[in-house]
Design a protein around this ligand. Sequence first.
Ligand code: HEC
Ligand code: HEC
Length: 484
Amino acid sequence: MLSRRFHAPLAALVAVSAARFLLASPLQAIPDPANADELTGGATTVWADGKNAFSFPATNLSDEERTRFAIGNSFFKRNWVQAPASTKVRDGLGPHFISRSCGGCHVLDGRGAPPEIKGGKNAQPTEMLIRLSVPGSAHPHDGVLPEPTYGDQFNNAAVEGVKPEGQVRIRTTPVRGRFADGTPYVLQQPHYSLTDLGYGPLAAGVMLSPRVAPQLMGIGLIEAIPETEVLANAQAQAAQPGAIKGQVNRVWDAPSQQMVLGRFGWKANTGSIAHQSAGAFRGDIGITSPWAAQEACTPAQPDCLAAGHGGHGDAFEIDQKTLEDVVFYQAVLAPVARRKPADPQVLRGQALFAQAQCVSCHRPSYTTAEPALAKLLPQVSSPMLVGQTIWPYTDLLLHDMGPALADGRPDFAASGSQWKTPPLWGVGLIKQVNGHQRLLHDGRANGVLEAVLWHGGEADAAKNSVRKLSKRDRAALVAFVESL
Ligand code: HEC
Ligand code: HEC
């Protein structure tokens, strides 16, 4: 099973390149200058579609880098097991966890979905998590004050002999609205609560932040966007009239031991793929590493603290080198070329995207430079990611998106109503890869148009101009976003 999953993307890659070789002359790979943005990731771009579209390595990697990609891939997808097990290289699951593998949430390197709700009852979430904290001043390295009994994340699964932290309950209420042409729409507002609590009541004032797993396409290039460009985005927005005033997040980065610009996570709450990955191994799967050394058990969880550890008897359940391979694997996941960038409907949508001010936050393009962390740890990135003209459609800034989207839970410098502008590249492929199109931080939106209708706060004017579009123009706007 493992080897089949592990080889599938590489086999598909051969198929894709062979198909391109046969069907398209190599010249077609050179974009029309009018459509330079077809190559979403510059020379790293792949042409792909279907289920494995998010799983290819950057096109310009060396053979040696491809081998590392394959090794990192195997550790990203493999299931971890409870310790002690005969296999020391992949035991140590839990004690508390949500998923047994990274790929369990980032399904096919893609987007997670919230659980289905049937007859008013939801299945337990498997592709999302709920962050927890309480009000009060946090340690600057944590960014939040963890809930004293349950920590900074709610884990609804546990190994044998340990209690799960509880269950997540989700219910939704309809929010009705109309486009200017009279067409009605209904959005579903989710409400979250935690039940069947394993360790007693939650602290008063506990704050919950539900978040789905984002697709990982192109994240190494996001890491390589020069910080000066992100600061310039904030300055440009501050200088403009109007409500759009993005702010940077500043977060603690364990691998480089310093405060850095936040880039990853729905609130730009982590600054490097390395930090995010170590945090995910510990927080989501229960695997300790040199950058996240302690199991996420709190003093109020004696069974969790007493549970067995995995690995070879040394301190960590995943060693530094393997962790770096997983980080490298994600850093070089290739952006996929745009589909039909010159289609008239897509071009119409592109014009509307600019007119509606979507571009103020979803900034189209950058040229990459060497990531700051790669200067300290070159093994977590690739020189092939540097100097590329990329088209991610984000300013990497935090924006107040209004009360309907607010989680009310600050995260480092992000307030309870701010979210980072997510990159839009790849959004049109989520349906093919993951079989759904649930968007926004908690997957509440079904498709691009619903995602826009949830925009509020600083994006209120953008949303209102979309509400005034004709049916045909709405379809064009969606076609453009789905071509990215
Ligand atoms: C329980 C589901 C879950 C599991 C398991 C999981 N992730 Fe994630 N991942 C998420 C969520 C949710 C986010 C967004 C986090 C946030 O906003 O704080 C995320 C974000 C990320 C990001 C940042 C992407 C971006 O563009 O913001 C990286 C990198 C990442 N995860 C890597 C990993 C790795 C490596 C593993 C395995 C060790 C892993 N994840 C396991 C749910 C998961
Ligand atoms: C003020 C900044 C801002 C403006 C203007 C803006 N957006 Fe966004 N956009 C965001 C933020 C922030 C989010 C994430 C919100 C969340 O997850 O709760 C987002 C999310 C999205 C998503 C979902 C992406 C995903 O990965 O789930 C889509 C699609 C989108 N925006 C499209 C648009 C379009 C189209 C416009 C113009 C009509 C637009 N946005 C205008 C900031 C903005």
